[in-house]
Ligand binder design. Structure first.
Ligand SMILES: Cc1cc2nc3c(=O)[nH]c(=O)nc-3n(C[C@H](O)[C@H](O)[C@H](O)COP(=O)(O)OP(=O)(O)OC[C@H]3O[C@@H](n4cnc5c(N)ncnc54)[C@H](O)[C@@H]3O)c2cc1C
Ligand SMILES: *[C@@H]1O[C@H](CO)[C@@H](O)[C@H](O)[C@H]1NC(C)=O
Ligand SMILES: *[C@@H]1O[C@H](CO)[C@@H](O)[C@H](O)[C@H]1NC(C)=O
Ligand SMILES: *[C@@H]1O[C@H](CO)[C@@H](O)[C@H](O)[C@H]1NC(C)=O
Ligand SMILES: *[C@@H]1O[C@H](CO)[C@@H](O)[C@H](O)[C@H]1NC(C)=O
Ligand SMILES: *[C@@H]1O[C@H](CO)[C@@H](O)[C@H](O)[C@H]1NC(C)=O
Ligand SMILES: *[C@@H]1O[C@H](CO)[C@@H](O)[C@H](O)[C@H]1NC(C)=O
Length: 476
C-alpha cells in the first residue's frame, strides 16, 4: 500500500534547490487549507476549533480576508470598506462574529448622495430615470417568488444541480430575457448596481450565473427579509484580523504551494514563503482548496488531465476597486456610468466592459470609491488607466466642479478582485459540467470551496463550508 512516508520521499526528490540548503520544516496536519479568504479562513477556524482537527492555512498575502478591503484614515481612525461592504445574515453568520466578540450593526455610515447618470465614454449626462424605489423593491420581491423554487439547485453550491433533462429552461436563457419574460425589468437597476455588475454582460449572461451574483439571499436582504450587517468598528477587516489572531502560527502567510503530490491517502505540499524563501513541507490527510481554480493557481497542484479538463472550462471576470482623491469631484455625488441609449428608461442597457462603473463619495475627506469592471484579461494597470481616462472625460465635459483638460487622480487605495464570477457556457452546463465538477469533491483527498463552487458571497460561502466540513471529516 502506498503510504504517506512514500509520498514524502517521492516529493522530496522533486523539491527545488532552495530546499536543498537546509531540510525544510515538516508539518503534519489533518487538513491543509489553501487560501485565507472568506471560504478558507472560515473553514480553518471551524475545522480546528469546532472539530478539533489540526490545520495549516496557506495564504499568499500577509493578511487574511481576501476580497475584504478596509481603508483606515490615519488622521481620524475612521474606516471605509471599499471591497466587501456588508454581510448577509445567512444561517449562523451572526454567531460567527459573536465568537470573536465583534459587535455588528446595520447602521450604514455612507452619506446620502445624488446619483448622476453619465456616459463615461462621452461625458454627456444621460437623462435616465430609474423606477421609483418602491417599484424596484416590488420587482425584487416578485423576482424572489419566481426564483424561490430553484434555490436548492444552486445554493449553497451545486450538490443538487439537476441532470441535463431536468435543468429549468430559465437557467440557461440570457438574464435580460429572463427579466423581461417575468416582467421584472424594474428590478434590473438595483440588481446591476449592487452585485450584478461584474458577471459579464448582465443582459446576456445565462440566468443561472446572474442568480449566483444576485440571488435568493440578496433579494431577501434588499427587501428586508434578511439582515445585512457589518462590524461596528474596525471595518470588515476586524473579523479577519480576529481570525488571524486566533489561528496564530497555523497560518503560513506570504506563501504559496510550489509543488505537491495528492493521492487517495493524503497530500504532501511544498510551500514557499516568498519573503524568506523558506520552504515548509506539509503532510496532511485532507486538502481543502479555497482559491479560484485558475491555470496559475492550479499549476503546482499536480492536477490530472481529467481534473484540468473540467476546471479549465471556467471563464472569469476581473473587478477592481479603489479609493481616488481629487478635489474637483463634488462630494454630493455618485457618478454612475450608463450608455446614452439607456435614456430615458431602458433598464437592461449597460456599458460594455471593460469600463469604470462609478465614482462614489465615501464620506471621508475627498475620497471617492471607484469601481472598475474588467473583462477576462484586464490587468490592474489597465484598470487604473481606464479610471484616469474616465476621470479626464468627466473633467473635460464639465461634469465635475471644474472644467479643465486633465489632472492626475491620486490613488489612496487599490485592490484587484479576480479572477471571480467563475462560469461556463450553456452547452457545457447541458453536457453535465456541474456533475463533473462535483466529482472532484473528495477525489485524491482534495475538497473544493470558494466562489467557483458556490455563490459569490461571504456568508453564503460559510454556509457552503458548513455543509462541506462533515464530508471532509468522514473517515478522518
Ligand atoms: C468589489 C467587491 C465587493 C463585494 N462585496 C461583497 C459584500 O458586500 N458582501 C459579500 O458577501 N460579498 C461581497 N463580495 C463577494 C465576496 O468578496 C466573495 O464572494 C468572496 O470573497 C469569495 O471568497 P473566496 O474564499 O472564494 O475567495 P477570496 O475571498 O478572494 O479569498 C481567496 C484568498 O486566497 C488567497 N490566494 C489566492 N491565490 C492564492 C494562492 N495561489 N495561494 C495561496 N493563497 C492564495 C487570496 O489572497 C485570498 O486571501 C464582493 C466582491 C467584490 C469584488
Ligand atoms: C482533540 O484531538 C487530540 C488529538 O487527536 C486529542 O488528543 C484530544 O483528546 C481531542 N480533544 C477533544 C476535546 O476531543
Ligand atoms: C470574548 O469575550 C469573552 C467574555 O469577555 C471572553 O471570555 C472570550 O475569551 C472572548 N473571546 C475572544 C475571541 O476574544
Ligand atoms: C440574524 O438572524 C438570526 C436568526 O437566524 C437572528 O436571531 C438575528 O437577530 C439576526 N441578526 C441580524 C444582525 O440580522
Ligand atoms: C450585451 O448584451 C446586449 C443584449 O444582448 C447586446 O446588445 C450588447 O451588444 C452586448 N454587449 C457586448 C459588449 O457584448
Ligand atoms: C478586454 O478588453 C481589452 C481592452 O478593451 C481588449 O483589448 C481585450 O481584447 C478584451 N479581452 C477580451 C477577452 O474580450
Ligand atoms: C456640488 O453639487 C451640489 C449639488 O448639485 C451643488 O449645490 C454645489 O454647488 C456643487 N459644488 C461645487 C463645488 O460645484
Amino acid at each position: 500500500m502506498l503510504s504517506l512516508a512514500f509520498i514524502v520521499l517521492s516529493l522530496g526528490t522533486a523539491l527545488p534547490l532552495a530546499a536543498a540548503t537546509g531540510l525544510p520544516d515538516v508539518l503534519h496536519r489533518d487538513v491543509v487549507v489553501i487560501g485565507g479568504g472568506a471560504s478558507g479562513a472560515y473553514a480553518a477556524v471551524r475545522l480546528r476549533d469546532d472539530f478539533n482537527k489540526s490545520i495549516a492555512l496557506i495564504e499568499k498575502r500577509d493578511r487574511l480576508g481576501g476580497m475584504v478591503n478596509t481603508y483606515v484614515d490615519e488622521k481620524t481612525g475612521a474606516t471605509y470598506d471599499y471591497g466587501v461592504q456588508s454581510f448577509l445574515n445567512v444561517s449562523k453568520a451572526a454567531e460567527f462574529f459573536a465568537r470573536f466578540n465583534i459587535s455588528i450593526g446595520s447602521g450604514s455610515t455612507s452619506p446620502s448622495l445624488i446619483t448622476e447618470y453619465i456616459d463615461f465614454n462621452t461625458g454627456k449626462k444621460v437623462d435616465f430615470t430609474p423606477p421609483s424605489s418602491s417599484k424596484q423593491l416590488a420587482a425584487i420581491a416578485k423576482f424572489l417568488k419566481v426564483i424561490e423554487p430553484w434555490e436548492s439547485m444552486l445554493s449553497p453550491g451545486y450538490w443538487n444541480f439537476p441532470q441535463t433533462n431536468n435543468i429549468p429552461e430559465d437557467f440557461l436563457i440570457p438574464f435580460g430575457e429572463f427579466l423581461t419574460k417575468y416582467g421584472l425589468e424594474d428590478g434590473a437597476p438595483l440588481i446591476y448596481s449592487t452585485t450584478g455588475l461584474g458577471v459579464g454582460n448582465m443582459s446576456e449572461v445565462a440566468t443561472m450565473f446572474a442568480l449566483q451574483s444576485f440571488g435568493w439571499d440578496m433579494a431577501r436582504g434588499m427587501t428586508g427579509k434578511m439582515g445585512l450587517f457589518s462590524p461596528t468598528s474596525g471595518g470588515n477587516q476586524a473579523l479577519y484580523n480576529a481570525i488571524a489572531k486566533n489561528l496564530g502560527d497555523d497560518v503560513l502567510y506570504s506563501s504559496t504551494v510550489i509543488d505537491s503530490r495528492r493521492t487517495e491517502f493524503g497530500v504532501s505540499l511544498a510551500v514557499r514563503n516568498h519573503k524568506t524563501n523558506k520552504v515548509t513541507r506539509i503532510i496532511a490527510r485532507r486538502l481543502l482548496v479555497a482559491i479560484e481554480p485558475t491555470e496559475v493557481n492550479m499549476k503546482p497542484l499536480d492536477l490530472s488531465p481529467s481534473e484540468w479538463n473540467t476546471l479549465s472550462k471556467f471563464t472569469y471576470s476581473n473587478e477592481f476597486t479603489g479609493l481616488v482623491d481629487n478635489a474637483v469631484f463634488n462630494t454630493s455625488y455618485y457618478y454612475f456610468n450608463l450608455p446614452s441609449t439607456a435614456a430615458p428608461n431602458h433598464y437592461l442597457v449597460f456599458q460594455d466592459e471593460p469600463m469604470v462603473a462609478s465614482f462614489q463619495y465615501t464620506g471621508l475627506e475627498h475620497l471617492f470609491r471607484v469601481m472598475i469592471i474588467g473583462n477576462t484579461t484586464s490587468t490592474a494597470d489597465e484598470a487604473k488607466v481606464l479610471a484616469q481616462n474616465s476621470f479626464n472625460t468627466l473633467l473635460k465635459s464639465g461634469r465635475l466642479s471644474k472644467s479643465i483638460r486633465d489632472q492626475k487622480l491620486s490613488w489612496a487605495a487599490f485592490s484587484m478582485h479576480g479572477p471571480m464570477h467563475a462560469r461556463v457556457s450553456v452547452d457545457q452546463v447541458k453536457c453535465g459540467f456541474f456533475q463533473d465538477l462535483y466529482k472532484l469533491q473528495g477525489a485524491r483527498s482534495t475538497w473544493w470551496t470558494g466562489g467557483a463552487f458556490s455563490a459569490n458571497f461571504q456568508t453564503q460561502l460559510w454556509q457552503f463550508d458548513d455543509g462541506l466540513i462533515p464530508k471532509i471529516l468522514e473517515g478522518l
